[in-house]
Design a protein around this ligand. Structure first.
Ligand SMILES: Nc1nc2c(ncn2[C@@H]2O[C@H](COP(=O)(O)OP(=O)(O)OP(=O)(O)O)[C@@H](O)[C@H]2O)c(=O)[nH]1
Ligand SMILES: [Mg+2]
Length: 696
């Protein structure tokens, strides 16, 4: 379809000329396309050599004088293509002549006339009020979509001064795309310290083009066949960032080598790059919006559809209007064709359309399906009674690793005293900065202030509020394990597991956009395995947390672990993914490691999700992620290939989320719907009358 659009719509690219026009089309049940009203009544021709951009008022004239021949060629070509494709598209064109007349009357711009003249006989075009209304709806939908995306970019919301003071406190976390072979010179070589503390140079739009120009210059076609060809292939593959397992082991050995500073190690490894990429894509990049967007474009693919903030979206629109991104993208495509490499960077139009369809798809499924409670699996009555007694008798406390506890206390007693004043001040400043940022953010987004939440007196009130808000909209239906497995048979399941208080229930609430699950500051809130389904597409499973230390034998933990493990083993192929949640502030604990090993041994597909990222620094997140990566089962399975199209490839992407700021939630939602549910996007596209705003 997109290919067809690209070939047949006059805003496609003809040799040196690029034309960008936002168009709206409607796809009916048969897969035919109906063109709707033009989004904007202006269009531009742009010559990549002359870089001339013409106004809509004089484009016809200019086009005849300057580009007459090229246009004629292009137009003939297009008409031929239209004729060829007309047989396929003629099923619904009984009223075409009427339609074309109507459209011609209604359209005021020269361009719209042009389009309809060439296309009206071939396609059914409705240009009535109904469609205008529909278009309005789409636009408003799109605006609504941006809300969540905006919320995800917490740090971007800050004013200049606060961001500056914040970034000052960040250590050198640099991002380099081509660390694999660490070439000394290369077109795709980044300004190495994009996220470097001292690097205040922002990425300019032109930079991308310049890099590609370099690439062009080095191209074998322009310079004859030479060694740079091979070199470019390497560069291309680095963008994809697929690393074989052997290679990965090599990197890890390198990472463990003594005598090399950890900072240096950090920068030198692609695995770290990959983790950092994830962090950046999740909207946690705090250094600058431009680099972030540049990255999303560079990486491309559907994963790059990350939460782009409102302001940066505007910037991107501008870029698209200027055609620069399209040009750059096209150049890249040409290059990748020449180098005969898989084209991982999507076609611009395809990328945008795909992004939009995915978004709509995910929103549709969450909006149009009731979240239905299917039942719970709990412990036997005896066990439950005993647990309740334990709960009442004992103060609930999460177990801590004793060694870590010791280390912590040693740090506070010895290090703080001996710590130079400067360092201490820096530490305090860092804390103040983050505090101010959060305060400002919560003020802006009308979220409860953290300051209040921290104070003792208000703790109670927030607790009360939470319990009030989080209403259990269902009466508890308890099933034996076999019973619920029978009941949920055939529905793909996604489970959330992790220590108590890690934020499982909150994350599910954030994903569903509902407040059905009880979440509270008190650990041990969830006591059953709760099953909720969205139609027959998928089923979300909230689990009790583990990690209590209030009885010697840790009865609760043992019982709940048994329950969860039996579910993992019995659910079989219906269990599509287990999201293993880890609190990004606390990191891995012994029981987490046990659980990871268990999942790995039983071949249960799982992914690590770092939660509460709104409370953690980027560099701490990266370190935490890498610590987790060092675990054997993770390292073994980490393919680093998050463009993987192969369904069987275990996707060991590290996920960073915050249920509070909604960072990463949109991506997680999309993963659930598009990767693990039984929801068929293509079928949905065919069956639901779809309106898509395309920017070609
Ligand atoms: N700042 C912040 N707080 C969070 C986030 N997610 C959860 N919380 C808080 O963490 C606490 C625990 O959240 P829950 O969702 O109840 O955790 P849980 O894993 O379901 O806990 P159990 O049911 O006891 O296993 C609550 O007070 C939440 O408000 C987050 O992303 N950011
Ligand atoms: Mg819970």
């Amino acid at each position: 379809m997109l290919k067809w659009l690209a070939n047949n719509i006059p805003n496609c690219v003809q040799r040196n000329y690029t034309l960008a026009i936002p168009i709206t089309y409607k796809m009916n049940r048969n897969g035919n396309v109906q063109f709707l009203q033009q989004q904007q009544q202006e269009w531009r021709w742009k010559s990549s050599s002359a870089k001339s951009s013409l106004d809509s008022s004089n484009n016809n004239h200019a086009f005849k004088t300057k580009n007459q021949e090229t246009y004629r060629d292009a137009n003939n070509k297009r008409e031929n293509q239209l004729n060829n494709s007309s047989s396929k598209l003629n099923t619904n064109n009984r009223n075409t002549n009427n339609n074309s007349n109507r459209v011609q009357k209604a359209s005021s711009s020269k361009f719209t006339k042009q389009v309809t003249e060439s296309q009206a006989p071939k396609h059914k075009i409705n240009h009535n009020e109904e469609q205008a209304e529909m278009k309005r709806k789409i636009v408003s939908n799109n605006q609504n979509l941006k809300g969540e995306q905006q919320a995800s970019l917490l740090p971007m919301k800050q004013n200049k001064s606060s961001t500056k003071s914040f970034t000052k406190s960040l250590p050198n976390v640099s991002f380099s795309m081509n660390s694999t072979q660490s070439p000394k010179k290369g077109p795709l070589k980044q300004k190495e310290s994009h996220f470097n503390e001292n690097d205040d140079d922002d990425y300019e739009i032109g930079d991308y083009d310049e890099e590609l120009d370099d690439l062009e210059d080095e191209n074998p076609k322009s310079k004859g066949k030479n060694t740079s060809h091979k070199y470019k292939q390497e560069q291309q593959s680095e963008v994809v960032d697929i690393v074989s397992k052997e290679k990965l082991d090599e990197y890890v050995t390198m990472f463990n080598k003594p005598g090399v500073s950890s900072n240096k190690k950090f920068r030198s490894l692609p695995v770290v790059d990959s983790i950092l990429k994830e962090i950046f894509l999740c909207g946690l990049a705090r250094k600058g919006i431009k680099q972030f967007d540049y990255l999303t474009y560079l990486i491309g693919g559907k994963d790059a559809k990350s939460e782009i903030s409102e302001s940066s979206k505007k910037e991107l629109e501008e870029m698209v209007n200027q055609n620069r991104v399209i040009e750059a993208q096209l150049k890249r495509q040409q290059i990748s064709k020449r180098t005969n490499k898989t084209n991982v960077i999507y076609n611009q139009a395809e990328f945008r359309a795909d992004m939009q369809v995915n978004e709509e798809c995910v929103n549709w499924i969450f909006k149009n399906n009731r979240m239905k409670y299917m039942g719970s699996v709990g412990l036997s009555e005896e066990d439950e009674q005993r647990i309740m007694e334990e709960f009442e008798k004992n103060e609930l406390e999460l177990e801590e690793d004793e060694e870590e506890k010791k280390a912590d206390s040693q740090l506070t007693s010895q290090d703080l005293e001996s710590m130079p004043k400067e360092e201490l001040n820096a530490l305090l400043e860092k804390q103040e900065n983050i505090y101010e940022l959060y305060k400002k953010y919560y003020e802006e987004s009308n979220v409860e202030d953290d300051e209040e939440a921290d104070s003792e007196s208000t703790k109670k009130s927030t607790k009360e509020k939470e319990s009030e808000n989080a209403t259990n909209t269902y009466n508890r239906k308890l099933y034996p394990m076999e019973g619920i497995i029978q009941k949920t048979k055939g529905i793909p399941q996604v489970a959330f597991i992790g220590r108590s208080n890690v934020g499982k229930s909150s994350l599910i609430n954030a994903i569903t956009g509902r407040n059905n699950l009880k979440a509270s500051e008190r650990p041990g809130e969830t006591k059953d395995l709760n099953f909720h389904r969205f139609g027959k597409a998928f089923c979300l499973v909230d689990m009790p947390g583990y990690g209590f230390a209030f009885t010697k034998e840790s009865f609760v933990t043992q019982k709940w672990l048994e329950l969860m493990k039996s579910y993992f083993v019995k659910s079989g192929s219906d269990l599509k993914m287990v999201f293993m949640l880890i609190d990004s502030r606390l990191g891995l604990k012994r029981r987490d490691v046990d659980m990871i090993n268990f999942l790995d041994q039983n071949k249960v597909p799982f992914q690590i999700v770092l939660t509460k990222c709104d409370l953690t620094f980027v560099d701490d997140l990266a370190r935490m992620a890498f610590k987790i990566f060092k675990l054997d089962p993770i390292r073994k399975g980490f393919t680093l290939n998050y463009h993987a199209k192969d369904e069987n490839t275990k996707d060991y992407r590290m996920i960073f989320v915050s249920a509070r700021s909604k960072t990463g939630v949109a991506r997680l939602k999309e993963d659930i719907v598009l990767k693990y549910s039984s929801f068929d996007k293509e079928q949905w596209k065919r069956n639901v009358k779809k309106n898509v705003v395309l920017f070609v």
